[in-house]
Write a protein that binds this ligand. Sequence first.
Ligand SMILES: C[S@@+](CC[C@H](N)C(=O)[O-])C[C@H]1O[C@@H](n2cnc3c(N)ncnc32)[C@H](O)[C@@H]1O
Length: 742
Amino acid sequence: MGGRGRRHRGGRSHRNQSEDVSRENVPKPLKSFDSSIQNRTWSNLDLEEYYKEQKIVKAEEWDSFIDILRKPLPAAFRVNSNGQFCHEILSILENDFVKSLQAEAVESGELEAIKPLPWYPNNLAWHSNFSRKEIRKNHTLERFHEFLKLETEVGNMTRQEAVSMVPPLFLDVHPDHFVLDMCAAPGSKTFQLLEIIHESAQPGSLPNGMVVANDVDYKRSNLLIHQTKRTCTTNLIVTNNEGQHFPNCNSKSALSIIASDKYHGPIDQLLFDRVLCDVPCSGDGTLRKAPDIWRRWNSGSGNGLHSLQVVIAMRGLSLLKVGGRMVYSTCSMNPIENEAVVAEIMRRCGCSVELVDVSDKLPELIRRPGIKKWKVHDRGVWYRSYKGVPKLQRDSVLRSMFPSGKSDKDSTTGAGSNSGEMASIRCDESAEEEVCDLPLERCARIVPHDQNTGGFFIAVLHKVSPLPDFQEKLYQRRNARGRNSDTVVAQPEENTKEIVVEEAASDNGLKLEKEPTNKEGTVELAKEVPPVHGKWKGLDPVIFLRDETVINGIKSFYGIRDESFPLNGHLVTRNSDTSSKGNVKRIYYVSRSVKDVLELNLAVGQKIKVASVGLKMFEKQSARECEAGSCSFRITSEGLPVILPYMTKQILHATMVDFKNLLQHKSIKFPEFVHPEFGQKAAEVAEGYCVVILVDGTQKLGSETVKVNSSTIAIGCWKGKASLTVMVTTVDCDQLIQRLRC
Ligand SMILES: C[S@@+](CC[C@H](N)C(=O)[O-])C[C@H]1O[C@@H](n2cnc3c(N)ncnc32)[C@H](O)[C@@H]1O
């Protein structure tokens, strides 16, 4: 539909249901690649020594490995499978650019300039032989660059590193799944997850599944909100919780006891069928794309992230349903952030979690088994085993970093026990090299020289039974204590009666509004109705719109029947939209699954910090534009594809010539349309927002003859006193005009 995948401009900026993305959130462009300084900036002796020692590639491959790390990353991109013009775009790539760019490929000694990634389903993902900078700067690639730019801008394509596309494919998501993306920003994988959730949905029908895209960083979340808006989804909640403390939303828990008396929703507890745990990492797999990492890299950054990665992954597993699947991934090549984390969570979970062997999936994706032997490096010293770690260093070098994960609490000796000797010791030779006894070979490591990509790591985990009790209780204890330790020791805890008082406190600077507590220290929830005022400072609360005058006004103006497309209970607003009662400015539509989760979240005291939810469907018109009798809410471009199949009023059908004229001239007086019949119908429709649908030559101009389907092209317009005016951004107009020329 013309409205699909639209990009919006000029809307008022709103921090939480954010429209805009500040420039500082946009990933910095690739630093200019100048071969004269390449060797100086694209090298780091510590990194080289580290990876030689860790033996993630064989000695004979070393040169190929390090050479390719010094070459800029070829650009890759994906075609949005739900985009209305998906097939046209694939056809342009296959029939135009594959051929027209061929000369460039030959010049650089390659066979093809662009080609589909063989392991990605349906040829939707593509590899190019040009770096992003080459595409930007090389004049012969100008047309290709323009094409990529425009299609990305209107939401038909996404530029994404090839290896970063892998985790959602291993997650095996179905349209009815509840999916948690724990560390989601800037959102390229969330976008893929949403595509899968919506895969088989017909226009207007909403899948049963949903995605919760969480990221602790609200600025980065704004980027995600912007990115995913192009999917026109009603099935997404963007949240700003710390992944490792993502709340328990359980209406039956002691904390929620008061609310649960009033709560009769279909979900008692928020658990997920799938969890994506794409954790913060040192990012050395992205060296080819972000060369400044060469300068900054040291082994300490991976060591420093290990504990956080473990606790985020553990939280993901406890939020996973039994029988569910979690993918753990990083864009780091470092075993301390990868195999060591996976081994530690396997140890903590015992038999309740299995590593899934996915070696038969995506056979064309070249990857290597996870390694079972590695060492730990800290401040110039290599350790083969935890035994050798001096006491003073056991704060930074943890037993979970080693392959066996075993501690030796009594050991006071070892390579570095005397701090005076440390500097001269390169390795604790006395200790035996450890080998992990877990099936880490089932993990997948993607190394850059195998298929000219970045580096990446993936582990697929299956939850076969509830986690050991003490792991769940550990989470509660840590929250109750104020959670200032990420280096959690996996030991059984006896007293778990303590109740979470501040489920997600203010570790990251967000302050909770003060809530009343009772004598047990539990949060007392409002007795009558769930709280609606902002609990999280800086985040507007989510409020269900119950104003019948507004809802009925919309229903009757657009001819929407509740039995076909329910509005009651599915419309929400944010606090800043309602500066005074009845003055709602923006209305968001949420799918049933999202509605159920929001209601549960309200019942348990708004534990989840909701940054953005659902799809902006209606926007208030200014009083000047609204004549008496017309509806004061227009439909947004992103909402149109979802609601159009259910609209029975305010619809006009135009032939190609009138449709194109409208796009070109933006505003046309009724008598000036080529088909007077169309001008007549436009004059008759009620003043205010209306939709113009393009009909082909064989169809009549009567509304009842045209059924809306996935290829329907429609635009929002404003019917004024004497003319019809297009309500579509210039970029979208231009894109549509170009498309209609094809
Ligand atoms: C590797 S990036 C995620 C990339 C993302 N999955 C994508 O595909 O676009 C890691 C993200 O983790 C976020 N993060 C860092 N610490 C976190 C935490 N404790 N909980 C949740 N997110 C966290 C960062 O803000 C960052 O956006």
